[in-house]
Design a protein around this ligand. Structure first.
Ligand code: C2E
Ligand code: MG
Ligand code: MG
Ligand code: MG
Length: 282
């Protein structure tokens, strides 16, 4: 343990602290450079309906196409992006990229399903995300019906007037709202009802425990019953086995997403995102 009371200890702490700051400064500079040079790409992962076996939507998941490290996953850079505020610029690029992709697929005459975009609390706090969305939709001539927003409970926890008025405006545009990682945060049922969310995405931790714990099954059952009576759909995240698919179907869960169905894939794999091995589902 480092104490800061003695002078020597303090100096020791200071050096380490300085090095940590330097390293963080370098990481931040690298991230900023990557944003300026458009090194980010979007992967798409399908959400599949348990009733029809069809892809009903896909989630946009950002990756850093790093010139030397290859494809870097979000957990290695999203926290720093949030801490430094760079998530705002990165988020703008994600929104633009998704709208541009949707416009491209539409022009090519492909079947197009909605795409959900993850938005973090910091983005809500710093800019009017509703304005970014409507500008991007207009810029690419994409229908708001094709875009969905995934928010974690932390966004709602911010609980201020500004956030809920932006969310209401986003909904007014025709963009659907989804709650991400449901069950890990602290949103109250009244907030869920007030904001009229379209879908609850149950966190993968609950899906992982489904086979092993009766409590997880009970949790899922209660969530599904509640969501349905409030007019919301339920998506199970992190579905990795056929057993989980069967259990979720028996629980009347609406949609599934996870490695068992399909991993996140680059847009060139559009066919596989739209038609993951359907026979596997039944
Ligand atoms: P999330 O929104 O909850 O996304 C789901 C994560 O679970 C993704 O990780 C996905 O690859 C992973 N996943 C999918 N199926 C399975 C499965 O069967 N098992 C397991 N164990 N994991 C599965 P990923 O792509 O690494 O993204 C991590 C998080 O980073 C996302 O969690 C989201 O919170 C954040 N993120 C990703 N893209 C963006 C973005 O464009 N903007 C913002 N603000 N955050 C993003
Ligand atoms: Mg998500
Ligand atoms: Mg999630
Ligand atoms: Mg998450």
């Amino acid at each position: 343990a480092v104490k800061t009371s003695g002078k020597r200890d303090f100096r020791y702490f200071d050096v380490r602290f300085f090095e940590a700051i330097q390293q963080k400064y370098r990481a931040e500079a690298e991230l900023r450079h990557a944003i300026e040079h458009n090194q980010f790409v979007i992967y798409y992962q399908p959400r599949v309906s348990l009733a029809t076996g069809e892809t009903s939507s896909m989630e946009a998941l950002v990756r850093w196409a790093h010139p030397s490290r290859g494809i870097v996953e979000p957990r290695s850079f999203i926290p720093l992006a949030e801490e430094t505020g760079l998530i705002v610029e990165l988020g703008e690029q994600v929104i633009d990229s998704v709208c541009s992709q949707l416009a491209f697929w539409t022009r090519q005459g492909h079947r197009v399903v909605p795409v959900s975009i993850n938005v973090s609390a910091i983005q809500f706090a710093k800019i009017n995300i509703g304005e970014s969305l409507s500008a991007a939709l207009r810029r690419h001539d994409v229908s708001a019906q094709l875009v969905e927003i995934e928010l974690t409970e932390s966004v709602m926890m911010a609980g201020n007037e500004a956030v809920s008025s932006v969310l209401t405006a986003i909904q007014g545009m025709g963009i659907r709202l989804l709650v991400d990682d449901f069950g890990t945060g602290y949103s109250s049922l009244s907030q869920l009802q007030e904001l009229d969310f379209d879908t609850l995405k149950v966190d993968k931790a609950f899906t992982a425990r489904l086979e092993r714990s009766e409590a997880s099954k009970i949790f899922y059952k209660a969530i599904i019953t509640m969501a349905h009576s409030l007019g919301m759909k339920v998506v199970a995240e992190g579905v990795e086995t056929l057993e989980q698919v069967h259990s979720l179907k028996a629980l009347h869960c609406d949609e599934v997403q996870g490695f068992y169905i399909a991993p996140p894939m680059p847009p060139t794999e559009r066919q596989s995102v739209l038609a993951p091995a359907l026979s596997k589902m039944m």
